[in-house]
Design a protein around this ligand. Structure first.
Ligand code: F6R
Length: 622
C-alpha cells in the first residue's frame, strides 16, 4: 500500500531510489516519483503509472544528488495522475516528502491551512502534511504562539509540530531544501525501516529495498521518528523524547527477492511451496511422540489448552486459511472456534473476554484491518497470538506471542505459499492442542506423519502444469466461474475463486457445494465452468451428487480429484488430480492446482500476474 524509499549517503541517490522502487512496486503501482536534493534545490520527477514510466521521464544524465526520496503509489485520496503522485512539495517549495498511509483529519487541516494562506495543487491527504510542516517551518512559531526553542533544529521542530496536529497512519521520508544534510523519517501505523550502512542510510517501507546495500536496520515503532544527519542519526518520539533503538539483522537475502529464472513471482512462489513448507515444518514436528513444538507460543499453550473459545481473525486469503483453522480446532481439539473478517470484527462490539484466545493471521503483518482487530482484542483482555510471515512486522510485534511462517518474502500480490504455510501452522497447532485435550497419540502420529509428506506431494502435483494450462486455455473465454467444495475443501473453493478473480479479472464465486442448490444453481449453463474439489473424503458421495446436479443442467465441470480415482472420471470434463492424504490435510494439496489454474488463466489473458489491477500487496489502510 504505497512504497517509500529514501537515500542519504555519498553515492548517487537516483539509481538507488529507482532500484528500491522496483523492489517496492508490489506495494502499489498507480504512480511513481522521485525528488532529489542538490545545492539546496529539489529536482522532482513524477508520473502516473509504473516505475518503467518514471524511468522514461528521467533525464538521460543521472542526477549527481546524494540525497533523495522516492514513492510508488496505491491511490487512496485523488485519482492516480501526475499531480497526485508523490513526492509532494509544500507551498513554500522547501519541504518535500513521500508518504504511505492515510491522514484522517486532512480535510479539517486543509481548510485551516487554506485560511492561513497556504495553497494546494493536489487532491491528496499527503500534501496537507507537506504544507503543515512548511507552515510551521516558515513561521518558526507553534500553534500556541511559542517560538521554536533556540538552538533546536528548526526542520525537525517543524516536523514535530505538524505531527502534533495529524491523526492517521503514516510512514514518511521528509527533506528540507534549506537542510540538505538532514533527512527525517516518521512512523505511525505504516511500516518504516532505517537501513544503516557504511556512511549511508536508506529509509524504506520494507527490507527488500534495503538488502542490496546493507543487512543492518532499525525498525521504528509507532510514534517514533529518525533524524539522519552528517554525523549519524538520532531516534526520538514525535513528542521529542529520546529513544534508543537496537540495530537488527535483516533476515531476508537477495536471492529470496529475485525472480531466479521464473517469469513471475507468483509462479516462483507456487513452485517454492514444497521447499518452504518443509522449512515451515522443520524442527516443529515430532512424529514419533505425536507432538508439535511451536517455540514462539510455548508459554501460551496452557491458556490455549484451557480456553473455551478461539477467535481467528484475518483478511482475504489469510481469512480462508483461518476458516480451515476453525474446522481443525473444532475437529481435532474440540475447542469452539470461529474465524472473523478483521474488517468487520472491530466495528461490531464483539464479545471478547479474558478467557478468549485471539489468533491473527497475516502474511505481511501490516494489514490495517487485522492490526485494528488485534488491538481491540488486546484491549478487551484476550490472549492475542499471531501467525505471521514477515519477521518484525507490526502485527508480529503487537501480539503477545506468535508463530512465524518461515516461507521467505512473498512478493506476488496473489498470496500462494503464505496460504499453505498458514494452514500448516494451524494444523500443527490444532494437533498439539488436540493432544493436550483428548486426541490419541496414534491419531496425532498419523496426522503428523501425513503432514510431513505434504511437501513431497505438492511437488508431485507440478507434473500436471501443462494439463492445468490446457484447462485454463479451454475455458479462457468464460467470464464467470464457480468453485465448489465441501468440508475442508470448502475454504479451498473460496480461495480458488479469489485467486482467479484477482489476477485474471474473471468473475468467480466460491461456495460450499451443497449451497449451490439454494440459489446459485440458477446460473449454471455450459458457459460457466464449475470447478469441483471432489477428493476422497467423508463427503465424497455427496459432492458427486452435486456434480451430477450441475451436469444435468448442461454445466461443464473441472474436477480436482484424488489420484487413482477412476470412479470420478465420467463426472469431469477436465480432471486434475492430487495425491491422496487424510481429509484434514487436503486443503494443503487441493489449493495448489487452483493456484496454477488462476496463474495460467491470467497469463493467457495477458495480465500482469504480479501486479493485478487496483490491488496492492499489503493493505495498510482500513
Ligand atoms: C489475496 C491476498 C489478500 C491477502 C489479504 C491479507 O491473494 O493476498 O487477500 O491475503 O490482503 O493480507 P495479509 O495476509 O498480509 O494480512
Amino acid at each position: 500500500m504505497c512504497g517509500i524509499v529514501a537515500y542519504f549517503g555519498k553515492k548517487q541517490a537516483q539509481p538507488i531510489l529507482i532500484e528500491g522502487l522496483k523492489r517496492l512496486e508490489y506495494r502499489g503501482y498507480d504512480s511513481a516519483g522521485v525528488a532529489l536534493l542538490k545545492a539546496n534545490q529539489f529536482e522532482v520527477y513524477k508520473t502516473s503509472g509504473r516505475i518503467a514510466n518514471l524511468e522514461e521521464i528521467l533525464p538521460e544524465t543521472e542526477s549527481r544528488a546524494v540525497v533523495g526520496i522516492g514513492h510508488t503509489r496505491w491511490a487512496t485520496h485523488g485519482v492516480p495522475n501526475t499531480i497526485n503522485a508523490h513526492p509532494h512539495i509544500d507551498y513554500t517549495g522547501k519541504i518535500a516528502l513521500v508518504h504511505n498511509g492515510i491522514i484522517e483529519n486532512y480535510a479539517i487541516l486543509k481548510k485551516w491551512l487554506i485560511k492561513e494562506g497556504c495553497t494546494f495543487k493536489s487532491e491528496t491527504d499527503t500534501e496537507v502534511v507537506a504544507n503543515l510542516i512548511g507552515y510551521f517551518y516558515e513561521r518558526n512559531r507553534a500553534r500556541n504562539g511559542e517560538n521554536a526553542p533556540s538552538g533546536s533544529n528548526r526542520f525537525e521542530w517543524a516536523v514535530q509540530q505538524a505531527f502534533n496536529e495529524i491523526y492517521g497512519t503514516y510512514g514518511l521520508a521528509i527533506m528540507c531544501s534549506d537542510c540538505p544534510d538532514v533527512m527525517i523519517g516518521v512512523k505511525k501505523g505504516s511500516p518504516l525501516i532505517l537501513g544503516v550502512g557504511k556512511e549511508e542510510y536508506i529509509i524504506a517501507s520494507d527490507a527488500s529495498a534495503i538488502i542490496e546495500h546493507t543487512s543492518q536496520a532499525i525498525y521504528l515503532s509507532d510514534g517514533e521518528m529518525v533524524t539522519i544527519h552528517s554525523e549519524g542519526f538520532d531516534t526520538k518520539t514525535i513528542s521529542n523524547e529520546e529513544v534508543t533503538k537496537e540495530l537488527k539483522d535483516i533476515e531476508i537475502s537477495l536471492d529470496q527477492i529475485e525472480l531466479e529464472g521464473f517469469e513471475h513471482y507468483m509462479q516462483k512462489e507456487i513452485a517454492e511451496q514444497p521447499q518452504v513448507l518443509e522449512t515451515c515444518l522443520k524442527g516443529r514436528v515430532d512424529v514419533k511422540n505425536g507432538r508439535v513444538i511451536l517455540g514462539g507460543i510455548q508459554d501460551k499453550l496452557r491458556d490455549l489448552t484451557r480456553t473455551k473459545r478461539i477467535i481467528l481473525s484475518a483478511c482475504g486469503t489469510a481469512w480462508h486459511a483461518g476458516l480451515v483453522g476453525e474446522f481443525l480446532f473444532e475437529q481435532l481439539a474440540r475447542i469452539p472456534s470461529e474465524v472473523e473478517y478483521a474488517s468487520e470484527f472491530r466495528y461490531r462490539n464483539p464479545i471478547v473476554d479474558e478467557g478468549t484466545i485471539f489468533i491473527a493471521i497475516s502474511q505481511s503483518g501490516e494489514t490495517a484491518d487485522t492490526l485494528a482487530a488485534v488491538e481491540l482484542a488486546k484491549e478487551r483482555g484476550a490472549t492475542v497470538l499471531g501467525i505471521v510471515n514477515v519477521v518484525g512486522s507490526t502485527i508480529a510485534r503487537t501480539t503477545d506471542a506468535g508463530v512465524y511462517l518461515r516461507v521467505g518474502p512473498e512478493i506476488g500480490v496473489a498470496s500462494t505459499k503464505a496460504f499453505t504455510a498458514q494452514v500448516s501452522v494451524l494444523t500443527m497447532l490444532a494437533i498439539e492442542l488436540g493432544r493436550r485435550r483428548h486426541l490419541s497419540s496414534e491419531m496425532a502420529q498419523g496426522l503428523l506423519k501425513e503432514l510431513m509428506e505434504i511437501p513431497k506431494k505438492v511437488e508431485q502435483i507440478f507434473s500436471q502444469k501443462e494439463q492445468t494450462r490446457q484447462i485454463a486455455q479451454a475455458n479462457i473465454d468464460k467470464d464467470n466461474w464457480l468453485f465448489l467444495g465441501r468440508g475442508f475443501n470448502y475454504p479451498v473453493a473460496l480461495e480458488g475463486a479469489l485467486k482467479l478473480k484477482e489476477i485474471s479479472y474473471i468473475h468467480a464465486e466460491g461456495l460450499p457445494a451443497a449451497e449451490m442448490k439454494h440459489g446459485p444453481i440458477a446460473l449454471i449453463t455450459d458457459n460457466m465452468p464449475a470447478v469441483f474439489i471432489a477428493t476422497k473424503c467423508s463427503q465424497y458421495e455427496k459432492i458427486i451428487g452435486n456434480i451430477e446436479e450441475v451436469r444435468a443442467r448442461g454445466g461443464r465441470t473441472i474436477v480436482v480429484a484424488t489420484e487413482g480415482d477412476e470412479h470420478i472420471k465420467p463426472y469431469a470434463d477436465h480432471l486434475i488430480t492430487v495425491p491422496d492424504t487424510v481429509e484434514q490435510l487436503q486443503p494443503l494439496l487441493t489449493v495448489v492446482p487452483l493456484q496454477m489454474l488462476a496463474y495460467h488463466a491470467a497469463v493467457l489473458r495477458g495480465h500482469d500476474v504480479d501486479k493485478p489491477r487496483n490491488l496492492a500487496k499489503s493493505v495498510t489502510v482500513e
